[in-house]
Unconditional design. Structure first.
Length: 304
């Protein structure tokens, strides 16, 4: 299955920027934002270089209304994929080819139907200083309130393909929960335009708020892997007792998991102090499901 995309080229040479949404089929704000950018560039094409826009990378997952397609594979763990593999493996292969052909890459996400994520822009802590500085600059230009640099060794992701190809790449997260929040769409459109202006593809972009972001660079193994934090000890009904963005301390109760009759309740405690960055808001959880991620604000600094 070929990726459905639009490409726009300017009247002058310049960089090639790839922007994708819908790597997961239940993340809708990115899809809407990329469609808006397509409509914008149909009437106001870039001045320099090329912009490639893919609103729904994972069409089979979108058609199911699910994070993953029928083969059960998570596209964000399947890159670089295989040309002769399952549908998700084939999509991962084509996406990886597109990433390698770009000069800059922006991958838009949300928490999907089960999670909510504080608005953030992130990147891998690339070992090449020039690539890392480009990513820091892109993240700053994007304009969300949290900037998160994380473990560069996570595999299977769109950003790990970009890492290996030395393509500066960022990703963004903005809430989630299964709807399509207009504020998230607007933030994504504005953020992409600011990055395009910063790298010289377009002349002007919306001005970001003057508020300084929280900047955390955390090189510890596994940082940035949202699906392995605070696993549920059992399947059942999850009830959080904290809210997204709330400061918490190590050992504080984040929520409880109970059986259907409420006879057995097990608490989940914060393994570190910081801000609740990600929270599982879908009440049904399986054993091992990550229910929360804590942003370690003790690592906050003034970069990028």
């Amino acid at each position: 299955m070929a990726l459905v995309l639009e490409r726009f080229s300017g009247s002058e040479p310049g960089p090639h920027v790839l922007i994708t949404g819908g790597v997961h089929g239940d993340e809708f704000e990115p899809m809407a934002a990329v469609r808006y950018l397509i409509a914008l560039f149909r009437t106001h094409p870039p001045l320099r270089g090329t912009v490639t826009l893919v609103p729904v990378v994972n069409e089979p997952a979108f058609l199911r209304g699910s994070r993953v397609g029928d083969d059960g594979l998570d596209l964000a763990r399947t890159c670089p994929g295989r040309a002769d593999g399952s549908p998700t493996q084939h999509i991962a292969f084509e996406l990886s080819e597109r990433i390698r052909s770009a000069d800059y890459y922006i991958d838009l996400h949300t928490g999907g139907t089960r999670l909510r994520v504080l608005p953030l822009v992130g990147y891998m802590l690339h070992p090449d200083p020039k690539v890392l500085e480009s990513q820091r600059r892109m993240a700053r230009a994007f304009g969300l309130p949290i900037i998160w640099g994380t473990d560069p060794n996570l595999e299977g992701r769109s950003l790990s393909v970009a890492r290996d190809a030395c393509v500066p790449a960022i990703y963004a997260e903005y809430l989630g929960g299964g709807g399509c929040d207009p504020s998230g769409v607007d933030a994504y459109v504005a953020g992409c335009l600011r990055v395009l202006a910063d790298v010289g593809v377009i002349a002007d972009a919306p001005v970001a708020s003057g508020a300084l972001p929280i900047i955390v660079e955390d090189s510890r193994p596994g940082s940035g892997h949202m699906q392995v934090n605070h696993p549920s000890p059992a399947e059942g009904f999850f009830e959080p007792v904290v809210t997204l963005g709330q400061p918490v301390h190590e050992g504080q109760i984040l929520g409880t998991v109970t059986d259907l009759l409420g006879r057995e309740s097990r608490s989940i405690h914060a393994n570190s102090s910081g801000l609740v960055l990600v929270l599982h808001t879908f009440a049904r959880v399986e054993s091992g499901t990550s229910v929360a991620v804590i942003l370690p604000t003790e690592l906050a600094g003034d970069r990028p």
